[in-house]
Design a protein around this ligand. Structure first.
Ligand code: ADP
Ligand code: MG
Length: 314
C-alpha cells in the first residue's frame, strides 16, 4: 500500500497563479522520500493540500488508501506535520505544546504526558520542558515541532523544510533522529532545497520545479545523472586565442577567464596539464554552480525538451 498517492493535483491561487500543474506522486509505505525543489517550486502548496491547510483546485489525495475528501479525519490521524513556519503559542511552556496537541487527537491528558516526556527526552528538550516557547533557539523550536507532530503516533510524517535555518550540528542530530524514526517504521516525506539533505537521508527523490514533478528516482540513480561539472578558471596571463584541446569543452569568457565543462571521467589534473602544454597557467578556480543547481538545470532542460516535443507532436 502507498503511504501517499496524489493524482493530477492542481492548485490555482486566487491571484490566478497556477502553483501545481497536475502533480502525480506516490510514496510507498516505509519510504524516506524527498520533495526537492527551489523556492517557489510548489512544495509547501503540495504539503498544504495534503495536510488540509490549502484547498486544492482539482485532483485527488490518498493517505494509506483513505481519500482526503471522503475521510478527512482518518487522513489527519495518519499524518504528522512539521510546517515550514513556526506556528506556536509563544508563551506556552514546551511540554504544554506537545500535551495540548495530543488533546486535539482525543488522547487523555495522563497518556499525553507520558508521550510528551518520551518525545521531549528523545529530541533533547526535556531540560527545557518548563521554558516558554519564545525562549528557545531556532533549532530547539524545530525539534519541538517534530515532537508535537509525533504525539499521536502518525504513520506518515511530513516535514516542510525541517532544517532551514538550523545550524549544522543540530541538523545532524535531527537527521539521526529522523533516520531512527524511519527505521522504526514511520514513512517520512520531507521537502528541501538542500540536495545534501535529500542525498543523505532519502531513498527516493522527486524533483519539483514550477509546479511540476520533473523526475522521481532512487537517490543514487538521480545523482548519477550529474555527470558534468562546470568550472570557472582564472588565468595568470591574458589569453589572446583559445587553442582547441581535444576532449575538453572550453569556452573563453574574457581575456583571463575560461569555463571548462568536465565530464566525471575527466580529471582536473589532465585539464591543467593540457592547458600547460599551450603555456596557459591557471591561477585560481571555482565551481560555476553547486550540484543542486546543476541537477535542476539538467532535469528542467530535459523536462522542457520532452514537453516541447510532445507539444509539437500534438
Ligand atoms: P515552495 O514551498 O516550493 O517554496 P510554494 O508552494 O510556497 O513554494 O509556492 C509556490 C508558488 O505559489 C510561488 O510562486 C508562490 O509565490 C505562490 N503562492 C504560494 N502561496 C500563495 C498564495 N496564498 N497566493 C498566491 N500565490 C501563492
Ligand atoms: Mg515552502
Amino acid at each position: 500500500m502507498h503511504a501517499l498517492a496524489v493524482e493530477q493535483l492542481r492548485k490555482v491561487y486566487s491571484t490566478g497563479f497556477e502553483a501545481l500543474k497536475g502533480v502525480d506522486l506516490s510514496v510507498p509505505e516505509g519510504d524516506f522520500f524527498a520533495l526537492l525543489g527551489p523556492n517557489g517550486a510548489g512544495k509547501s502548496t503540495l504539503i498544504g493540500i495534503i495536510t488540509s491547510l490549502v484547498n486544492k483546485t482539482s485532483g485527488s489525495v490518498r493517505v494509506f488508501g483513505r481519500d482526503l475528501e471522503r475521510e478527512p479525519e482518518a487522513v489527519k490521524a495518519a499524518l504528522g506535520v512539521v510546517p515550514q513556519e513556526f506556528n506556536f503559542n509563544l508563551f506556552l511552556p514546551v511540554a504544554e505544546v506537545v500535551i495540548n496537541q495530543a488533546g486535539y487527537f482525543g488522547i487523555p491528558r495522563r497518556e499525553a504526558k507520558v508521550r510528551a516526556e518520551m518525545l521531549l527526552r528523545k529530541l533533547d528538550l526535556w531540560d527545557r520542558r518548563r521554558s516558554e516557547m519564545r525562549l528557545l533557539s531556532g533549532g530547539m523550536k524545530r525539534r519541538l515541532m517534530i515532537a508535537r507532530a509525533l504525539v499521536h503516533r502518525p504513520r506518515l510524517l511530513i516535514l516542510d523544510e525541517p532544517t532551514a535555518g538550523v545550524d549544522i550540528e543540530i541538523r545532524r542530530t535531527m537527521w539521526d533522529y529522523l533516520r531512527q524514526l524511519n527505521a522504526e517504521g514511520t514513512t517520512i516525506i520531507l521537502t528541501t532545497h538542500y540536495l545534501e539533505e535529500a542525498e543523505s537521508l532519502c531513498r527516493h527523490i522527486a524533483v519539483i520545479d514550477r509546479g511540476r514533478i520533473e523526475a522521481v528516482a532512487e537517490t543514487g540513480a538521480l545523482l548519477a545523472k550529474l555527470d558534468t561539472e562546470i568550472f570557472v578558471l582564472n588565468l595568470k596571463q591574458p589569453l589572446k586565442c583559445l587553442p582547441s584541446l581535444p576532449g575538453f569543452a572550453l569556452t573563453q569568457c574574457d581575456a583571463t577567464t575560461l569555463e571548462a565543462a568536465l565530464h566525471r571521467s575527466q580529471s582536473l589534473t589532465e585539464l591543467f596539464a593540457a592547458l600547460a602544454r599551450h603555456g596557459i597557467e591557471v591561477g585560481s578556480m571555482r565551481n560555476k554552480q553547486n550540484r543542486l543547481e546543476q541537477l535542476f538545470l539538467e532535469m528542467v532542460q530535459r523536462g522542457r525538451g520532452t514537453r516541447a516535443a510532445a507539444a509539437q507532436a500534438a
